[in-house]
Design a protein around this ligand. Structure first.
Ligand SMILES: NC(=O)c1ccc[n+]([C@@H]2O[C@H](COP(=O)([O-])OP(=O)(O)OC[C@H]3O[C@@H](n4cnc5c(N)ncnc54)[C@H](O)[C@@H]3O)[C@@H](O)[C@H]2O)c1
Length: 282
């Protein structure tokens, strides 16, 4: 029997659309509703039968029992303000945003002040692709989903959210928002940033003339990540600003160190640095 009556996905892009497909595949909800400012995305999902209802006005929606916000972080505040006017106390709201910085703190406070339930999530899945046409029904299977600041919601909300993600095929892991953002700044966020910088620094003539000859594994991966959604990543970098600046400062220091070793042809030091780096992930 489905666990939910009506799950509402706000933001029917690559992540939100894939969630709809997973909810449908796992028969988790009697109804799957979706809201998106892009009406073509809604029509596409209806036509391909991975949502049952399109919501065109959040003020007129049927009451959902679970809402999952899957839009870029910069759109959260206006969406949450509209949701709060309409939702009742039994509805749990979560989101899948990649940073739990400023925006997260603001909306958590709004929910707290209005006595409505919010508990944030972050699935460790995704890709550089954007939009509903890149959705996959197994996107969340066997993947980790962080549940953020577990104690900020009731135990019932926590178990509702945990059981939702587990029913999708994911494994949940609790983390606090500060540790989450620090961890992301040192891993996923900085990896994307380094790829943007790498491709920005590639001379255009190499990209125009020689790229197919050079597309080995490493370069290919940087180019793939640099194709990630600019709006989404601007939001992430600004929401996790302080941590990312700290990581960038460390990288600048290491860059200066190796630059000086190369400038002085210090073979021993270069080799030792590379060997230490190799051993770090043994
Ligand atoms: N892409 C990833 O790898 C990944 C991984 C984990 C988490 N996330 C998070 O998931 C969220 C969505 O990412 P995505 O990759 O699915 O992006 P996407 O661009 O594929 O989809 C975003 C969708 O939100 C819609 N949208 C934008 N503003 C809106 C608004 N004001 N109201 C309603 N709909 C609106 C867009 O029309 C689009 O359909 C982001 O917050 C991101 O941080 C992404």
């Amino acid at each position: 029997m489905p666990k939910f009556n009506n799950i509402l996905i706000v933001g029917l892009g690559m992540m939100g659309g894939s969630l709809c497909k997973s909810i449908k595949k796992n028969k988790l909800s009697k109804k799957i509703s979706a809201f998106d400012t892009d009406h073509d995305a809604l029509s596409y999902a209806l036509k391909n039968k991975f949502i049952n209802y399109k919501v065109t006005d959040l003020g007129k929606m049927e009451q959902p029992d679970l809402v999952i916000i899957c839009t870029p972080l910069s759109s959260y505040l206006s969406i949450v303000k509209k949701l709060l006017l309409k939702l009742n106390k039994n509805t749990l709201v979560t989101d899948i945003g990649s940073s739990k910085g400023g925006t997260h703190r603001t909306i958590k406070k709004l929910f707290h002040n209005s006595n409505k339930s919010f508990l944030s999530s972050h699935p460790m899945v995704g890709s550089e692709k954007s939009g509903v046409k890149f959705t996959r029904k197994d996107m969340y299977k066997n993947k980790v989903v962080f549940i953020i600041d577990k104690d900020s919601a009731s135990r019932a909300s926590y178990f509702k959210l945990k059981s939702f993600w587990e029913a999708i095929g994911s494994t949940t892991h609790e983390i606090d928002s500060k540790t989450h953002d620090l961890l992301m700044s040192q891993t996923s966020h900085i990896a994307h940033l380094m790829s943007f910088i790498f491709v920005k620094s590639l001379p255009q003539n190499i990209l125009n003339d020689n790229l197919p000859l050079l597309l080995g594994g490493g370069i290919k991966e940087h180019i793939r990540l640099s194709k990630s959604n600019p709006q989404m990543w601007t939001d992430i970098f600004l929401n996790n600003k302080n941590n990312i600046i700290k990581t960038l400062t460390r990288i600048q220091k290491n860059t200066a160190t190796i630059k000086s070793m190369i400038q002085t042809s210090n073979k021993t030091e270069i080799k030792s640095l590379l060997k230490n780096t190799y051993n770090k992930t043994k």
